[in-house]
Design a protein around this ligand. Sequence first.
Ligand SMILES: NC(=O)c1ccc[n+]([C@@H]2O[C@H](COP(=O)([O-])OP(=O)(O)OC[C@H]3O[C@@H](n4cnc5c(N)ncnc54)[C@H](O)[C@@H]3O)[C@@H](O)[C@H]2O)c1
Length: 250
Amino acid sequence: MNVKDKVILVTGGAGGLGAAIGKCLAENGAEVYLLDLDEQRGAGIAGEIVNSGGRAHFKKIDLTSEIEWKTVVDDIVALSGRIDVLVNNAGINIRKPIEEMSIDEWQKMMLVNTGSVFLGCKYSIPVMRRQGGGVIINTSSVCGLIGHKYTPEAYTATKGAVTLLTKAVASRYARYGIRCNSIHPSTVLTPLTEVFLQDPERRRERFDEVPLGRLATVEDVAYAVLYLASDEASFINGVSLPIDGGVTCC
Ligand SMILES: NC(=O)c1ccc[n+]([C@@H]2O[C@H](COP(=O)([O-])OP(=O)(O)OC[C@H]3O[C@@H](n4cnc5c(N)ncnc54)[C@H](O)[C@@H]3O)[C@@H](O)[C@H]2O)c1
């Protein structure tokens, strides 16, 4: 799948899924920018990519800050000349049911999980329009498609918003050559989930809900992003792609 020489931004690039997505895209010839708060981990992953012959950079950013988004996008355009693909992947989960969650926690989740996607689109779309097109891939979740019984309501609400923000961008900006799709992984073992997956009951629940009988891997997700980012996906726009072993089909 062709992503060779594409300039690709991956938010949350220091995290479990973001690092795997960044590595996969770089292995396939892209120039990757990892965007994250965690400088130590992010710079380390960019270094690993470079040491294995790929092209990668790390940019420290608070993805909820409008001024930082503007600065980072300006820097990347100054350095690499364009933004071909934006992967809005960063997210958090405050694991509390609605009865226990404060409005501040709700707002924090909305700001990180949905606000960062809004800001990424806001500052990348003008660049993509100027260059004649681009691709946006937003990481939602199975929780952006169903009311998932094991997941906090606030997380589900943030991911549902990402699902429809994706379709709204896809319908408005297709005329400028911009495709926008969302991905919807089921449970993947990453730093976001490893703590609760240590609880045997939580682990069993997550295995039992998957018709294919296993958790998703970071590679399962990275290959879906590789496809959506590639030229081969040039007619795929506005889709919500589950990567869930069938969780949302039953
Ligand atoms: N792991 C799963 O089971 C799973 C399933 C479905 C969807 N997702 C989604 O996939 C995405 C990635 O999840 P993950 O499992 O890799 O999580 P992770 O915790 O491993 O990584 C998330 C990264 O986002 C960064 N980040 C968080 N807030 C930030 C901010 N304000 N500014 C900059 N960086 C920030 C963190 O530093 C971290 O590196 C998230 O959107 C998550 O909701 C994960």
